[in-house]
Design a protein around this ligand. Structure first.
Ligand SMILES: Cc1cc2nc3c(=O)[nH]c(=O)nc-3n(C[C@H](O)[C@H](O)[C@H](O)COP(=O)(O)OP(=O)(O)OC[C@H]3O[C@@H](n4cnc5c(N)ncnc54)[C@H](O)[C@@H]3O)c2cc1C
Ligand SMILES: NC(=O)c1ccc[n+]([C@@H]2O[C@H](COP(=O)([O-])OP(=O)(O)OC[C@H]3O[C@@H](n4cnc5c(N)ncnc54)[C@H](OP(=O)(O)O)[C@@H]3O)[C@@H](O)[C@H]2O)c1
Length: 236
């Protein structure tokens, strides 16, 4: 693990924090492919506790940004929430993961589906989608679900990027009526007409959401095998 430094930390909604990590000597953080995750670690009494977190910053930014749900009683996330600028944090300099656009290069339609902090990796992926010419002919829909409106992390960034970049951004809140649709992201799939031969779906966040939507998609002819057109990352 490399030693990093906390540059900024801020709340996001009722349950999230946004944490920016940099190098102590101000050098840029390592490159990553949009959608990848790394490990963050804290040292307590000589023992390092690490957990996986998706990188949410945009390619070219010198820091790494993370969106983290503070789990009640959660060992690492609740300790991360107590960090302050200047504190030491450890990070793995070699990000990895399957949630990358390379996996869907043969598909014309892309759908990103997130619950909770699962929206994080879709930020750099959506940025790549709008800024890279390879995606000019493709269509993207981003579906984001949260319990409450304030927990629709990065909502303003997605609204602005979607309107400029020409993709659809649809939000759901399940425990509060708001300007979003009321319900769960799963609801969108019930009546959706999808062409499995032309569509790839990325699912990220709550494992129950990942499994339920995967089942719906398989019943519509999608392929959940490795290398198929359902690409998932379950956070627990
Ligand atoms: C590939 C990968 C990428 C991940 N990226 C992120 C990320 O970008 N942001 C993030 O917040 N988490 C992410 N996670 C989850 C993260 O690694 C930790 O599991 C989480 O922070 C809880 O750690 P903890 O020590 O606080 O809780 P623990 O004491 O280890 O308790 C774990 C319990 O916390 C709950 N939980 C775990 N993660 C979440 C979550 N995200 N939202 C709600 N409840 C949760 C589950 O009930 C789980 O059983 C990722 C996990 C994986 C496998
Ligand atoms: N968000 C809060 O205000 C709050 C408050 C107290 C504690 N917590 C703690 O925070 C963590 C959860 O935070 P979170 O709200 O980010 O994550 P979450 O529990 O995964 O909820 C995020 C969204 O996913 C939805 N969801 C859950 N299961 C689903 C499924 N099978 N299919 C589709 N959608 C599904 C939820 O709907 P439902 O609302 O219908 O479940 C909600 O809209 C937990 O550890 C929890 O104990 C959060």
């Amino acid at each position: 693990m490399n030693q990093g430094i906390v540059l900024e930390i801020a709340n996001s909604g009722k349950t999230g924090i946004i944490l920016r990590v940099g190098n102590p000597d101000n050098s840029a953080m390592p490159n990553f492919i949009p959608g990848q995750y790394t490990a963050l670690g804290l040292e307590s009494e000589g023992v390092e506790s690490t957990r996986a977190y998706s990188i949410c910053s945009l390619p070219g930014e010198p820091f790494w940004e993370f969106l983290i749900t503070v789990v009640q009683g959660g060992k690492v996330s609740s300790s991360l929430a107590k960090l302050r600028p200047g504190d030491t944090i450890f990070y793995k300099p070699t990000p990895k993961g399957n949630l990358i656009l390379q996996r869907s290069k043969d598909y014309k339609n892309l759908i990103f589906v997130a619950t909770g902090s699962g929206i994080g990796p879709f930020r750099p992926m959506s940025y790549q989608f709008v800024s890279d010419d390879d995606f000019r002919e493709k269509k993207l829909i981003v579906l984001q679900g949260a319990r409450f409106f304030s927990d629709l992390h990065y909502r303003e960034w997605f609204e602005e990027t979607a309107s400029k970049g020409g993709f659809d951004y649809i939000t759901y809140t399940s425990r509060e009526h708001s300007s979003s649709r009321f319900g769960r992201v799963t609801d969108w799939f019930k009546n959706a007409e999808l062409d499995p031969s032309a569509t790839a779906v990325y699912l990220c966040g709550n494992p129950d959401m990942v499994n339920e939507i995967k089942e719906i998609l398989v019943s519509k002819g999608f392929d959940s095998s490795k290398g198929g057109n359902i690409i998932t990352e379950s956070y627990w």
